[in-house]
Design a protein around this ligand. Structure first.
Ligand SMILES: Nc1nc2c(ncn2[C@@H]2O[C@H](COP(=O)(O)OP(=O)(O)OP(=O)(O)O)[C@@H](O)[C@H]2O)c(=O)[nH]1
Ligand SMILES: [Mg+2]
Length: 316
């Protein structure tokens, strides 16, 4: 794979990517995922062309119907002639979530459709946060000219926080009969939503779930929530048009802010994640003398933990 070794060899890959060649897209995703030599050159070459794609995140509890809904949404977008890429993030297994979505897409619309591209991505660690590679893969897919990049993640705490940072529009999906998961959503996961979907609208209980979520949203931030709560049936496509309209409305201000702003938000998130890791690494590392000294100050009431932390960062 000599073209992943030297800057000079980036151009064929770049040309293939810009032409929408599927193999080139897949190889670019891998290159930016692994950050092997050539990746930085590729990012530099792509940078002026990026920021066109709209990134929409879909999160929600396991089994809420995210993949089915994403699939129905893909079909909708294809009727509008939009080219769609999907990043499917699986918290538990590196393959199955994405593979399942891939199968669904293949089964329905997309096997010979150059306008649809699916990429599975392992999530990061036990907490299921988004891998920073997802952000770079967004850039690869953006560079390949996809109009929409859809991000499917299971709504664990960390991945929801991550999706909130990375996506332009956040869709949070609930469904009736998920019990504790709905409770969990009520206790905070709705915070990130631009659009809330109650999927499985064909099942009894959908309306109750919707009422519950509506009450919860109404209570947040002074009760003036303008977040729409839509009912969908992903298996039949019911409600998908309304979902698309709600996403488009939520996207308007984000798109108006311009590509640089949206991409900078993602880069800031990457830096914040890297910074958190650096700090954690420093705290784990051998040189704990300073930390012990600061710990004693905290224990003796001579410093607040936040003050100790600030000094630790200053002197690390
Ligand atoms: N009745 C009904 N079933 C649905 C609907 N949407 C999805 N399902 C079913 O719910 C099950 C889970 O759907 P998925 O799309 O795999 O759910 P998911 O949220 O992607 O699940 P994970 O990726 O495992 O977290 C499947 O059996 C779907 O066929 C719907 O609107 N109505
Ligand atoms: Mg899924």
């Amino acid at each position: 794979m000599s073209d992943e070794r030297t800057p000079a060899d980036i151009s064929p890959l770049l040309a293939g990517l810009l032409a929408g060649d599927r193999r080139a897209i897949a190889r670019t995703c891998t290159l930016l995922e692994t950050m092997k030599p050539g990746a930085l050159e590729l990012i530099a070459a792509l940078a002026p062309r990026l920021g066109r794609a709209l990134v929409t995140g879909f999160t929600g509890p396991p089994g809420a119907g995210k993949s089915t809904l994403v699939n129905a949404y893909i079909r909708h977008l294809r009727t509008k002639n939009r080219r769609v890429a999907v990043i499917a993030v699986d918290p538990s297994s590196p393959v199955s979530g994405g593979a399942i979505l891939g199968d669904r897409v293949r089964m329905t619309a997309a096997v010979e459709d150059d306008g649809v591209f699916v990429r599975a991505l392992a999530s990061r660690g036990a907490l299921g946060g988004l891998s920073p590679a997802a952000v770079r893969i967004i850039d690869a897919l953006d560079g390949a000219g996809f109009d929409d990049v859809l991000l499917e993640t299971v709504g664990t705490g960390q991945s929801e926080i991550d999706v909130a940072q990375v996506a332009d529009v956040r869709v949070v999906i609930a469904a009736p009969g998920l019990g504790d998961d709905i409770q969990a959503m009520k206790s905070g996961h709705l915070e990130i939503a631009d659009v809330v979907v109650v999927n499985k609208g064909d099942l009894p209980g959908a309306e109750i779930t919707r009422t519950q979520l509506s009450a919860t949203l109404g209570m947040r931030a002074g009760g003036l929530s303008s977040v729409p709560i839509l009912k969908t049936t992903a298996t039949t496509g019911d409600g998908i048009d309304a979902l698309a309209a709600a996403v488009a409305r939520a996207a308007e201000p984000r798109l108006a802010a311009g590509p640089a702003t949206r991409r900078r938000r993602r880069a800031r998130y990457l830096i914040a994640r890297a910074a958190a890791e650096l700090v954690a690494e420093r705290i784990r590392s051998e040189s704990t003398v300073d930390l012990d000294r600061l710990a004693d100050e905290v224990l003796l009431g001579k410093a607040l933990p936040a003050e100790a932390a600030a000094r630790f960062l200053d002197h690390g």
